[in-house]
Each structure stands twice: as C-alpha cells, then as structure tokens.
Design a binder for this molecule. Sequence first.
Ligand code: FES
Length: 118
Amino acid sequence: MTTHTHMNFVKVCKLEDIPSQGARRIETPMGEVALFKTSDGQVFALRNQCPHKHGPLSEGIVHGHAVTCPLHNWVIDLKTGEAMGADKGCTPKLPVDVCRDGQVYLGLTLDTEEKIPA
Ligand code: FES
C-alpha cells in the first residue's frame, strides 16, 4: 500500500489572537496544536503535548524561543520541539506561516489515505 503525504496549509487564527510570550491552543484533524508567539513576534507550532508525560505545553511559560512545561518544568525548544538540557525527548513541530495580512497558517501533513477533510 502506497501512502502519499502532502502539506496542506490551513488558516487557523490571526496573529493578534496569540498572546505575546504566550500560546493559543488549536484543534486540528491531527490533534491539539499549540501556537506560540515569542517576544520578538515569531510564531511556532508544536503538538500540544510535552514529550515527557504529555503535559499541555500551551499552558507553559514562554521564554526566548522555548517553553517550560507546566507539569514538571522540562524546557522545550520551540524551533525543534526537542527537550533542552539533560532531558531527552521531542514533540512534533509543525510549519507555520504568518501572512502579510496578519493571518496565521498552519501546515498539516496529511496522509491522503486517511479520511481527513482538506
Ligand atoms: S509532562 Fe512536561 S515536564 Fe513532565
């Protein structure tokens, strides 16, 4: 059985809907995603699950380009989804694009054999 994947960018919210140095939770066909906005105005998207014990990263503290998990304080790199320091683990990251009109688009990798609406 062959599977084909392609990237499907969907409009999820406006840039201003994400609090600065905070996060917004988005429901997607692939599960919950956390959109983070850093103090320099960049936006990152990670699956809303800590690689440790699935803590909700959207409720963590954003600092620099990292978020501290609210459950046991693991620090996750927003660019890579990897745990920093001595901790080992990685949460999936998703591509995100902010258009000039201030809309935020999230890239969802869709397996075309799954019945997921485009
Ligand atoms: S669940 Fe995130 S640090 Fe434990």
